[in-house]
Design a protein around this ligand. Sequence first.
Ligand SMILES: O=C(O)CCC(=O)C(=O)O
Ligand SMILES: [Fe+2]
Length: 168
Amino acid sequence: MSVESGFKFELHCCREVMRELSKELGGLADRLLSLMSQGLGLKNDRLKRRFEEDPSRKAHANYCPPCPAPELTLGLRPHKDPIALNMLIQSLGASGLQVMKDGEWIAIDPLPNALVINLGDQLQILSNGRYKSTVHRAVNNKDARVSLAMFYGLLNGVADPIEELADV
Ligand SMILES: O=C(O)CCC(=O)C(=O)O
Ligand SMILES: [Fe+2]
């Protein structure tokens, strides 16, 4: 099998897995948004309805190769995700993800069969600051590390909070 046909074969496999994953995570996102709507004192389907107006789903994979001097580099610089939710799958074995809390970096090590749910800027804006977008980064490691981020949010971004939460 040539490299090229091997690659196509891999992509074909990925497409099915990604379709299934996207479907399952879409269901999870809906459940999370329902709980978050309740947390805001809104109707259960309020956030979901807002996202249905202009939905966006994107997958984004990160690969950090083994690094001989991890203390000198970063895998991903500190940032906030610009979307609403990031449902992140981390490869087991190599840690890397860190979240800023009270001025300190906290390691979020991978656990078997666990997702990391990161809130992004769109939820901070929609909730009028009641939910916070997290600052996070990925440090390098002597071992290779892969993460798969499934982003869920509004395609064209958002400028205003949900009407019921806006300051009057
Ligand atoms: O690799 C990670 O754990 C973080 C990934 C991430 O923050 C991103 O893709 O936006
Ligand atoms: Fe991120």
